[in-house]
Ligand binder design. Sequence first.
Ligand code: ADP
Ligand code: MG
Length: 255
Amino acid sequence: LDKENVVLEVDGLVKTFGGLVATDDASFEVERGTITGLIGPNGAGKSTLFNLISGFYEEDEGSVRVNGVDVTDDTPHEIADHGLIRTFQTPRKLEGMTVREAMLVGPQTQTGESFVSLFTDGSTVHEEERANLEDAQRILEEFEIGHLATQAATDLSGGQMKLVELARAMLAEPEVLLLDEPVAGVNPTLANKLRDQIARLNEQGVTFLIIEHDMEFIMNLADPIVVLDRGSVLVEGTPDAVRADNRVIDAYLGG
Ligand code: ADP
Ligand code: MG
């Protein structure tokens, strides 16, 4: 692999919780411009890996590089500044906010930290905040959900919320976007929308690393696929190669 084309380098990541080894010397690279799939049985360590890469967990061992820069000890915000953004498996609670306001809650935080003072009335919104609101509206329209902008965020369906999460992550103008189970619990129509949006953004140059349980979805969207099992990379390759690999079948059967 040509290192110039590597946007994310995960090298020997180890993370233990008490006696439990969640990631065990996990190493792989994500090539710029790809949609890379990260799959593996329940408990394989996929979400832990995302938390390590994006700076939410501190690793016991190993390193992470974004565009060749070592970000191992960086905070989530610093990592975001290097162009790496992630979404969460479970969307956050966004009580009392419209969808457009919820868009301005920083994608790198679970605590509701915001780019905008959410509780000011329209007349006191600063110029910069107004610009952010305009960006948010533009992105919602690109996602064909502009009509949802003034709805209460809590009124959205799970699937709509996932679309908003993706739209919101785009506000940070990521170079590489990590999505944790983007279509979990999403109906087929919205899942197709999500797929189309991911493909559109990828064509615009965004690199994706996607954890997904829905095999049809990920095998049709991603290439290559990285298979994680018991905390380490078991196999990586094209969807066809991964599908046909007996080690992968065994891992899923709990071998
Ligand atoms: P996956 O996303 O592949 O289903 P996870 O990364 O969520 O797997 O979990 C891997 C293992 O690490 C599991 O056994 C899980 O229970 C454990 N684990 C994950 N996060 C924590 C945590 N914060 N504290 C303790 N154990 C955890
Ligand atoms: Mg998970």
